[in-house]
Design a binder for this molecule. Structure first.
Ligand code: APR
Ligand code: PHB
Length: 397
């Protein structure tokens, strides 16, 4: 639908989980917003991403009214396993931290949000090209985009930059107004999606001499598996047979025998990076999700952080439009960053604990010793469990 909206309260750039969820939360708070997405809806839905939800994320999706299918199809996990030296050690998440995680694909969440938005009739423009922000510091921000060859302009009060790491919103902020923190890891993850029943009941993160591997799932009939691979590798170098053979070697006996050479329905290599930009606000422009931070996937925090950002942003906008105050808008960046840095630290720690870092014998000794301590110490396991299930979402005061 080509909308001729020329004025709205909030322009949301990006229809990933962050943008769509913010759109849904604002819609339910009767705040007008339009979502502008560069790609087609089909393309957005076709992206394969992770799928481990913190309890806080499930609560936000319930609050947004999009948790029905999640409750019907999501799989609750009360624990997670760590493989090391041929043995598996279970971390009893629920017993240690009082909360669980839910396995439900990010693609499914995106689909639920897209359907909810279409059903609400709230405006979205897919294939919106050349999105550009104007007069951001003037107090009267405008956003322009091209759709089906026609230029459109929207004036608004606020812009939500939910356009991911490669989006236009963060790059619209003058570089001297931002502090950037980054760590790029010297390896990638080769991921395979396959329609075969998972021979594991909970996720298994394996630290093997040959490198990291992860046994995950999407449903009772679909697995999602990863192996650490050199960054320069290309997917063509990895036949399904080679992938499963390597996966077996890293998972160890107990699992290897149950793994079949299932044909992959998706196979891709993703780099690993830790990235944070500060602050998350520049006048009326608010960054959320991957536009502001990237975590390596080892801690399963990417989607959960995007959800907490937009939850805080929707609370702040709701307070503003209900004439209550601008305080939550002013606090938005600090509030998000407290949670972001904790998730960054945990994701970095998980990555450091579970991967092979070439040529650092001392780091390897530290890794092994810390894993042995983790398996022996309930206090260490409790700390890991607490972070894995997600730190509680602070509610606006
Ligand atoms: N104009 C309009 N849309 C854009 C632009 C642009 N210039 N640039 C990017 N986009 C769109 C992308 O096409 C994408 O659909 O913004 C969307 C950003 O979505 P995501 O990258 O999924 O980011 P986010 O919604 O923050 O979700 C974070 O995604 O990558 C995972 O691990 C990450 O789980 C986390 C989640
Ligand atoms: C996934 O299921 O794709 C997945 C799960 C846990 C992670 C990363 C990815 O830490």
């Amino acid at each position: 639908m080509t909308s001729r909206v020329t004025r709205t309260q909030v322009v949301i750039v990006g229809a990933g989980p962050a943008g769509l969820l913010l759109g849904q939360l604002l819609q339910r708070a009767s705040i007008d917003a339009i979502v502008l997405e560069r790609r087609s809806a089909g393309y957005v839905l076709g992206r394969i991403r992770a799928g481990v939800l913190e309890q806080g994320t499930v609560q936000v999706l319930e609050h947004a009214g999009v948790a029905e299918r999640l409750h019907a199809e999501g799989i609750r996990h009360d624990g997670v396993e760590i493989g090391f030296r041929g043995r598996r050690h279970r971390i009893a998440l629920h017993a240690l931290a009082g909360r669980s995680v839910t396995v439900y694909g990010q693609t499914e969440i995106t689909r639920d949000l897209m359907e909810a938005r279409a059903a609400s009739g709230a405006p979205s423009v897919y294939e919106a090209e050349d999105v550009a922000l104007h007069d951001i510091t003037s107090g009267a921000p405008r956003v322009t985009y091209v759709h089906e060859g026609e230029l459109h302009e929207i004036s608004c009060d606020f812009v939500a930059g939910c356009d991911g790491y490669h989006g236009v919103c963060r790059s619209s902020i003058p570089a001297d107004k931002l502090a950037t923190y980054e760590r790029v890891y010297p390896f990638g993850w080769l991921g395979v999606l396959a329609d075969v029943p998972p021979p594991w009941n909970e996720l298994i993160y394996a630290n093997s001499e040959r490198g990291f591997a992860l046994a995950s799932l999407r449903s009772a009939t679909r697995v999602r598996c990863y192996v650490q691979c050199p960054l320069e590798d290309r997917v063509e170098q990895w036949s399904d047979a080679r992938f499963w053979d390597e996966f077996r070697r890293r998972m160890g006996e107990g699992i290897a025998d149950a793994v079949v050479n299932a044909p992959s329905i998706e196979k891709s290599i993703a780099p690993l990076r830790s990235f944070v930009v500060e602050p998350l606000r520049y006048g009326p422009l608010f960054l959320a999700g991957d536009a502001a931070h990237i975590v390596p996937p080892t801690g399963a925090k990417g989607l959960n952080l995007a959800v907490s950002d937009v939850f805080y942003l929707h609370e702040a906008l709701r307070d503003y439009y209900r004439g209550r105050s601008e305080r939550a808008l002013d606090d938005y960046s600090v509030r998000c960053l407290r949670r972001i840095w904790r998730a960054e630290r945990f994701s970095w720690w998980m990555t450091r604990q579970l991967h092979q870092f070439p040529g650092d014998a001392f780091a390897r000794k530290m890794q092994e010793t810390e894993l042995e301590y983790l398996f022996e110490s309930e206090a260490a396991q409790k700390s890991m469990a607490e972070n894995y299930v997600g730190l509680p979402l602070e509610r606006a005061t």
